[in-house]
Ligand binder design. Structure first.
Ligand code: ADP
Ligand code: ADP
Ligand code: MG
Length: 661
């Protein structure tokens, strides 16, 4: 086994690889771009090397910089993760040339499977069923259109260098062929620098079923059963599962045999995935599935396979790359239970899934799911981290294992529903809706399911009166103490709360909501807003509270300038007037900075005599159970600053600047 490896990736997959390496006693070297200097994968690794500025072309795709980092740090091998350089055979050659081990297949295997047309020709020769269609070199319009007619419409035009669902067009009639072809070519050229295409029969009621394969350098090759990735949006996977619903013994035998045959045909070593498309119009039939492509790397959705087989695929990758035999024989690999993975993204389903960016001010994953289920959260971010425009906007993969499909799916919906993310919009509510969709629950998945149900799956709910009340309560600063025995004590210290009703103003888009929050005699609160009065009893909505009737009460989280309420899988955010921002604004240009409300000085980051610049964080104040960073309203020299741990009242001078003219 290696003693040290470098991980040429970022985010959740880098963290995932580091965890297994650590368990095996293998030291890890992370690489990072400037945007990731403080990222989780950098923190987790034993060492980290900067490889360049934020854009991927200047950092994570710079093979020579990564190899130099590996050599300088004494790493013996490089794990590429997925994406980036993972399927780049030239990189593999350079790694080998540098005397390092690439943790993955040989450059020759990657080349053999790199282009979909050549891969299909190769598989055809090996006796693996391939999607009927044209995968030749000739690319003339007349020839391709003729082939499409021979194949029979509908057809699918695909970029041979394609990936991630790009460069693909379904064509339903010959009239649309020429235009679809030029569209696919344009997209392929832009994304992959190669505009060659193949034309395939568009399979009816298509299901994407893929087989995890594994080979070693000693001729061993096994499969680790199948995954169903039919829940797709625009040819991209959304929720994956293992095993495939409705799989029969005959179908599984035919598919896994074909997959192992494909891997053996290229002497494959390492983790790989053979993707098949199946015609499920009459259920799964052993003669109605065809090879689509091979992914010569660890797949994003590999955890579902790990959950149902108990195999750590990254451990196998390291062992095989170190020259060991496959740790298990085919007979020793067993299937147990059912697993789902949902891809949680910073994207806006209500705006056609537009990718979003932002700071994840509040991020809280559940630590457990329904009894009998097992939860695994794969993430590369922590609360306070940002989803930047430079990389994939994935926040986490929620992976749930259960004894059977129905339990695992209920566990997935529950885990998603219990997840709290604020600061960026996410697809969580969409995923919850999909996990609870009746058609999906019935196992009637095909790649068109999401599009058919899109409207229902992306319908955005309006906040209920209870949601608004929760937001107002949290904004008032009293909400988190709602469970305490003495409601009046929870308001103690906030002298300006007298009388015991507080007015808060929330904004949601254009709408302004005024609410009155009052403590009631029973230890709860009465919140009047929008013409409705809602009573919140003590303890309601506290973390960890058991669910009543399967419904988790709405929970609120505060973050700078906002309150977000999580209810039934959705996140409703409200802007709250921020007295600290207002105070800083009002005092811009003056010689002192006063506390706009009482609180505790938690942290002081500057000292008397320091020169500071406008916007620089000077201290952190805890007030209304929330931390507020107080920044310099202008450039200047500090004459005096509050001391850490001091309890202050409103109006107290926090910072005094040296007077200038
Ligand atoms: P998979 O095929 O492993 O399920 P996808 O189909 O979603 O993954 O990925 C499509 C392509 O985008 C693949 O080549 C994959 O390696 C790449 N990719 C996916 N996610 C990321 C990511 N977070 N960073 C970089 N590349 C990624
Ligand atoms: P990529 O490299 O982008 O992953 P694939 O060839 O794996 O490209 O296809 C991506 C998705 O497109 C598949 O998962 C499937 O949903 C759909 N697809 C591909 N080929 C066909 C086909 N012949 N008929 C119907 N759908 C297809
Ligand atoms: Mg694919």
């Amino acid at each position: 086994m290696f003693s040290k490896i470098l991980i040429a990736n970022r985010g959740e997959i880098a963290c995932r690889v580091i965890r297994t390496a650590r368990r095996l006693g293998v030291a890890t070297v992370a690489v990072y771009s400037d945007a990731d200097a403080g990222a989780l994968h950098v923190q987790m690794a034993d060492e980290a090397v900067r490889i360049g500025p934020a854009p991927v072309g200047e950092s994570y795709l710079r093979g020579e910089a990564i190899i130099a980092a590996a050599r300088a740090s004494g790493a013996e091998a490089i794990h590429p993760g997925y994406g980036f350089l993972s399927e780049n055979p030239d990189f593999v050659d350079q790694v080998t040339l540098a005397g390092l081990v690439f943790i993955g297949p040989s450059a020759a295997s990657i080349r053999a499977m790199g282009l979909k047309d050549a891969a299909k020709r190769l598989m055809e020769k090996a006796g693996v069923p391939v999607v009927p269609g044209y995968h030749g070199e000739d690319q003339g319009l007349v020839l391709l259109a003729g082939k499409a007619r021979e194949i029979g419409y509908p057809v699918l035009i695909k970029a041979r260098a394609g990936g991630g669902g790009k460069g693909m067009r379904r064509v339903d009639s010959p009239d649309d062929f020429a235009e679809a072809l030029s569209g696919a070519r344009r997209e392929a050229k832009a994304a992959f620098g190669d505009d060659a295409v193949l034309v395939e029969k568009y399979v009816e009621k298509p299901r994407h079923i893929e087989v995890q394969v594994f080979g070693d350098d000693h001729g061993g090759a096994v499969h680790l059963f199948e995954r169903d990735c039919s829940a797709q949006r625009r040819h991209q996977k959304v929720i994956e599962e293992a095993p495939a619903p409705g799989m029969t013994a005959a179908m599984r035998k035919a598919m896994t045999d074909a997959a192992v045959k494909a891997a053996k045909a290229i002497g494959y070593s390492g983790a790989g995935t053979i993707e098949f498309i199946a015609d499920a119009s009459e259920g799964l039939k052993p003669d109605r599935f065809w090879f689509m492509e091979m992914n010569t790397r660890l797949q994003v959705e590999h955890p579902v396979t790990e959950m149902v087989t108990g195999v750590d695929l990254v451990e196998w990758q390291l062992r095989v790359a170190a020259g060991e035999n496959l740790p298990k024989t085919q007979a020793e690999i067993e299937l147990c239970g059912h697993a789902f993975e949902a891809r949680l993204y910073a994207e806006d389903p209500s705006r056609n899934f537009l990718p979003a960016i932002g700071t994840l001010h509040h991020l809280d994953f559940p630590s457990q799911v329904l009894p009998g289920c097992l939860l695994r959260v794969e993430t590369g971010v922590r609360a306070g981290d940002a989803i930047s425009p430079f990389y994939d906007p994935m926040i986490a993969k929620m992976v749930v294992h259960g004894p059977d499909r129905a339990s695992a799916l209920a566990g997935l919906a529950d885990a998603l529903e219990a997840t709290e993310i604020a600061g960026s919009v996410t697809n969580a509510a969409f995923l919850v809706a999909l996990a609870r969709d009746a058609e999906f629950a019935a196992g009637e998945v095909d790649t068109g399911l999401i599009a058919r149900r899109q409207e229902a799956l992306t319908a955005s709910a309006e906040p209920t009166a209870e949601t608004v009340a929760r937001a107002a309560l949290a904004a008032s600063g009293a909400g988190e103490a709602a469970g305490s025995a003495d409601p009046w004590s929870s308001l103690a210290g906030y002298a300006h709360f007298h009388p015991m009703a507080r007015r808060v103003v929330l904004r949601r888009g254009e709408r302004e909501i005024e609410a009155l929050v009052a403590a009631d005699a029973k230890g709860g609160f009465r919140i009047a807003a929008d013409g409705a009065t809602v009573t919140i009893r003590p303890g309601e909505g506290d973390k960890g509270q058991p669910r009543a009737g399967g419904v988790r009460p709405p929970r609120a989280a505060r973050w700078p300038g906002n309150v977000t309420v999580f209810s039934d899988g959705a996140a409703f955010s409200f802007a709250v007037d921020d007295p600290f921002a207002r105070a800083a604004e009002a005092e811009a240009g003056t010689a002192s900075l006063r506390a706009p409300m009482p609180g505790l000085v938690k942290l002081v980051r500057a000292a008397a005599g320091d020169s500071v610049i406008k916007g620089q964080a000077l201290l952190v104040l805890e007030a209304m159970k929330m931390e507020h960073t107080i920044a310099a309203p202008h450039d200047g020299v500090i004459a005096e600053i509050a001391t850490e741990g001091a309890q202050i009242t409103d109006g107290t001078v926090l910072v005094r600047f040296v007077e200038t003219d």
